[in-house]
Write a protein that binds this ligand. Structure first.
Ligand SMILES: *Cc1c(COP(=O)(O)O)cnc(C)c1O
Length: 409
């Protein structure tokens, strides 16, 4: 059979995080692995009430095929929300497409922009879901190292000018950036960098794909204008999702961009799945009308902030005075990027972690070239507080065990 698979299928690999999920349920396991929201934060009773109502009274819509572009009521509500909460103005219905989560938006972006020789920019470390969607189409990625204030734009400029010099600039399709609380990096791109990124993209006439699933989960500091707001609809394609603020089970993502791009994505989506589920689209639409999402996520934000502060202080306690150990201090989102001295291999350490009942995601999962081996992604959103304390202690044990065995400490 295997010789029948397409070249693209041959390149497909099982996602490390999906594999991890299999051992997460082992009794006594503490997982800093999965980036999934705490189920207690889902507004289940409010959603149940709406679900009953829209099934009984709007069944002609909710149990039927929807348009590929998506529920017009949801798109209208979303436009109103972007205007009210983000100062993004002037959007029309045709600038929005509802996808099956942002993951399918990333896949559609890959399909409509990337040929085998296409070039695109991603950060290092890179979000696994984007890396897998893009790299199936083209392996010509260019890295920008992730710094504390976002991707290294000097590297971006240097690479772009080299690509231009060798006459390949037409092959550069987009720059992929996570503006807020990077997954897995935990860092946020500064306002200065966002402005500079737009300037660079304009200079070389490249599209920016801004992925912003976590912008609403800010625990510290003031919100920063989105790259989309700075660069405008002609320069930036904005990807948003209900997954991290309402529920990932709805599988709803929103793409906002230039009509020409949205139209092409609609064509690609028709081949992929015809339309996003009408039922969950209408559910989200009525939810936005009847409830205030910003208010609803306040307790979630308070809860995650406490857990984040706790994990940071436990890391400080156990690793603060160990040379070569450092980690990011996110202002929001779900992740801390923890880097160990050279020589530590977090992929190998995961086996020890499983034995000690502590899970994390090895850094190599967030690279396209088998690097980032001495880092790991830690998520603080799911474990209860006592498990965060216990989990970091177990992590220390794994680090000491591995480090001693390999003579790294
Ligand atoms: C979670 C996440 C997504 C998308 O999730 P969906 O559930 O498919 O909407 C996209 N990008 C990043 C960076 C994420 O962390």
């Amino acid at each position: 059979m295997s010789e029948k698979f397409s070249k693209i299928a041959m390149r497909m690999k099982s996602n490390v995080i999906r594999e991890l999920l299999k051992v997460t349920s082992k009794p006594g396991m503490i997982s800093f692995g999965g980036g999934v929201p705490d189920p207690e934060t889902f507004p289940r009773f409010e959603m149940a009430e709406i679900a009953k109502d829209i099934l009984e009274n709007e069944y002609r819509y909710t149990l039927q095929y929807a348009s590929t572009e998506g529920d017009p009521i949801l798109r209208e509500e979303y436009i109103a929300m972007l205007k009210r909460d983000y100062g993004i103005d002037g959007l029309e219905l045709d600038d929005l497409l509802v996808t099956v989560g942002s993951q399918s938006a990333l896949d559609l972006v890959g399909k409509i922009f990337l040929d085998e020789d296409s070039i695109y920019f991603v950060s290092k470390p890179v979000y696994l879901g984007a890396a897998s969607a893009f790299s199936l189409r083209s392996r010509n990625y260019v890295y920008m190292d992730l710094r504390d204030d976002g991707a290294d734009l000097d590297e971006l400029e240097k690479s772009l000018s080299e690509i231009q010099a060798r006459g390949d600039i037409e092959k550069v399709k987009f720059i992929y950036a996570i503006s807020n609380f990077h997954n897995p990096g935990g860092v946020t791109m500064s306002l200065e960098k966002r402005k500079r990124l737009v300037q660079i993209a304009e200079k070389y006439d490249v599209l920016i794909v801004e992925d912003d699933p976590y912008g609403d989960l800010r625990y510290e500091g003031e919100p920063i204008d989105s790259i989309f707001k700075i660069g405008g609809v002609d320069r930036v394609l904005l990807l948003r999702t209900f997954s991290k603020i309402l529920s990932p089970g709805l599988r709803l993502g929103i793409v906002i961009g230039k009509k020409e791009i949205i139209r092409k994505m609609v064509m690609a989506k028709q081949a992929a799945d015809l339309c996003s589920p009408s039922l969950t689209q209408r559910l989200a639409a009525r939810y936005l009308q009847r409830h205030n999402l910003t208010e609803q996520i306040k307790p979630t934000i308070a809860l995650y902030k406490e857990k984040k502060d706790l994990m940071l202080s436990e890391l400080e306690k156990h690793f603060g005075n160990m040379e070569g150990f450092h980690w990011t201090r996110p202002d929001g989102g779900l992740f801390i990027w923890f880097t160990l001295p050279e020589g530590f291999d977090t992929g190998e350490m995961l086996e020890l972690g499983k034995a000690e009942n502590i899970l994390f995601v090895p850094g190599v999962a967030f690279s396209l070239d088998d690097t980032c081996k001495n880092s790991m992604r830690l998520s603080f959103c799911l474990p209860p507080k006592d498990k965060i304390i216990e989990g970091v202690a177990r992590l220390k044990k794994v680090v000491v065990e591995y480090g001693t065995e390999k003579n790294l400490l």
